[in-house]
Design a protein around this ligand. Sequence first.
Ligand SMILES: O=C(O)CCC(=O)C(=O)O
Ligand SMILES: [Fe+2]
Length: 470
Amino acid sequence: MAFLPSINWTAKHIPSVQELAREPLDAVPKSYVCKVADNLVADRCNPSLQVPLVNMASPVNEGESREEELQKLYLACRHGGSFQIMSNGDYEATEHRAVVNESKTAMALRSSSKAAKQTSSVQELARKLLDVAPQNYIRDVADNPVSDCCNPSLKVPLVNMANLVNGGEAQEEELHKLSSACRDWGAFQLINHTVSDELVEEMKKQTRKFYDLPLQEKMRYARTEGGLEGYGQPFENNRNPQWSDMMFLHALPVQDRNLSFWPENPQGFQETIDSYTKQMRKLAVSLLGFMSMATGLKAYKFSEVCEDGILHLRMNYYPPYPQPDQVIGCSPHTDITSISLLLELDDIPGLQIQKDGNWATVKPVPGAVDVIIGHVTEIMSNGIYKAAEHRAVVNESKVRISIICFCYPEENATVEPVQDIVKPDCPARYKSISQPEYFRSYLDEKLESKQQFIDTLKVHGPHGFSQNCT
Ligand SMILES: O=C(O)CCC(=O)C(=O)O
Ligand SMILES: [Fe+2]
């Protein structure tokens, strides 16, 4: 397919040394041949030197041999052990290497204690449960998601897309509702949207099947060090890791895809993701158009920049946790998108929106898409619309899965307040920045505590940020 990354297997990059060694080779590729000065046989080996042997049973069991074994362990560590830094140099890190046998294969599994800190799957961790999650997942009482929850009378607004599309009087009324939702909440639930039920159901079904695969299969798509895409845990910038796994893909524009991260299993998932993300971008464009209209703008200013926009897909998996108030599925944050379109797989609430100091739980509505306004729309509306702070809590006994399309302007767009909103008595409250620069500065920005990325883009000129333009 056109978007497969091109891999150039030169002599330097051999896909498998195991395979290479199977070939009847006269000589290995040149790049594998060591210099004479590094020759392993020439500086080989003092046969009288014996690596120390330590018997684990002795230091574990109390008793006479314990002291003796500990002494052996101490000497072994001093001369060729690890923990050089933690022991302040008392123990030494060992230089080591492995040589090759002339006729036999050798295998070794390396385990590094780094892996223990960061799990490769919270889903697996939750399966082994465990009366309590590892300590680093447990939150301070002050951040407790249940104790600071929730005002049940707060209800996230519902917007009916059919009324927006059909025009007439019903449209006027619905635009009014949409405007209030965007100004007062920065979020709403959208019913009668344009994405087909079959496609939505297929996307849900395949996502569930993907998470039901064995870990080993999911790990084929694992995020690589320093990368963004693939299967792994949420990017951490918080004190506690989040009780969730995720799959993150660059889905649109099509040329941004790296299909090596797109699951081939379950069968047909790639095609479903392709259709789903294209349909969701269409919905985003149409909805952003109505959101422009709802500010009183004649043209579809917010949507124009998204017609060929960027779309990132994230599928979140939140395992249950018996004390859901002790962990967090997704920490409070605002999205940096134009809008985020979120699908909940089952009737299991988890998403919460911050409203006037309270958290409001979004109750899943069959067939609805949850819409969350992000920083780009806040900027383009010059602050009339607000990016919603939101988070996800975990259910005590049931798995929760959500699928989110993060929709952004296209690559060559400029993120700035739209001209028709900026007026002499309502100057621009945000800086103008190109879309690529916007992403770059988001990833680079070192934010102070409580500061959000959008704060770095606010204009604090003579007119100040306090101007009220609404
Ligand atoms: O899963 C959810 O309900 C929210 C997830 C979310 O906000 C995100 O992934 O940005
Ligand atoms: Fe979010």
